[in-house]
Design a protein around this ligand. Structure first.
Ligand code: ATP
Length: 262
């Protein structure tokens, strides 16, 4: 255990029937760092993320948050600790505008504080939405734009901003740049850097090694349900990471990369 871990998993195992999805996995995220979680299909990445977000329970192991043992026995438990998850499918409401999406389920009402009475305080919500997007440097035409009219990168940014509404300490992002173009990807990677600047612990699942190298501080590699390697991104070489992902020898990876480049 490092004194500075925000979240720490120790010896976590998870089985689905005959499938051992995770085998005694240790995992740690520190405040102000971006951890890339990589691995081939079926390696156990999503299972790990779902455990951290409280969607599936662990069979064995221990979870510590800010050094204290915790039980992630439901999404509510996870979010009340300050863990927010942004899923690949975004879960935005296309027919609502940006303000509507950001405040969905947490609308600000005028009148007595905390009461579910009174009119929706649109002005307050609009101001808070603008302030949040400005803090994250997310640029959109207007907070009153319908989400359906935004680009993929803008939508992903709104999904991340929505996760920030509860002032989390940690954000989990599942394939945040999948299906995005080059400029949109850059926009989302910039946003991830801003989350780090604000001191959050960020975990990003990605199959795109370019993105991983561009945005992460550490790379954790999963293979067949085990954590098989960890790299400091600055010192890591692509061939080593690919070799850890596939289990192939480094020389074989070099040959494959050469062939692909031809
Ligand atoms: N609900 C489930 N029921 C049964 N098996 C499951 C379930 N969820 C995951 N698995 C199995 O657990 C293993 C790990 O799956 P997981 O989805 O965590 O991998 P992954 O690394 O996220 O893969 P991908 O990159 O394809 O999303 C796989 O063999 C998968 O088939």
């Amino acid at each position: 255990m490092t004194a500075t871990s925000l979240l720490e998993l120790k010896g976590v195992s998870k089985r689905f029937g005959a499938v051992q999805a995770l085998t005694t996995v240790d995992f740690e995220v520190r405040p102000g760092e971006v951890v890339a979680l990589v691995g081939d299909n079926g390696a156990g990445k999503s299972t790990l993320i779902k455990i951290i977000s409280g969607i599936i329970p662990i069979d064995e192991g221990q979870v510590l948050f800010e050094g204290r043992p915790v039980s992630l026995n439901g999404p509510q438990a996870s979010s009340s600790l300050g863990i927010a998850t942004v899923y690949q499918d975004l879960a935005l409401c296309d027919n609502l505008d940006v303000v509507g999406n950001l405040f969905l389920g947490r609308e600000v009402r005028s009148g007595a504080a905390g009461k579910l009475t009174g009119w929706l305080d649109e002005t307050a919500m609009e101001q808070q939405a603008s302030a949040l997007l400005q803090r994250l440097s997310v640029s959109i035409p207007s907070v009153r734009t319908q989400v359906a009219a935004l680009s993929g990168g803008q939508r992903q940014s709104i999904a991340v901003a929505r996760a920030m509404m509860g002032s989390p300490k940690m954000v989990l992002l599942d394939e945040p740049t999948a299906a995005l173009g080059v400029a949109q990807t850059r926009q989302v990677l910039d946003l991830i850097r801003r989350l780090r600047e604000q001191g959050l612990g960020v975990v990003v699942i990605s199959h795109n090694l370019m993105d991983v190298f561009s945005v992460s501080d550490r790379i954790i590699v999963m293979r067949l349900g085990k954590r098989v390697a960890t790299f400091d991104t600055q010192a890591a070489k692509e061939v080593e990471v690919v070799s850890a992902i596939t289990g192939a020898k480094k020389q074989e990876v070099v040959e494959t990369l050469k062939t692909e480049a031809q």
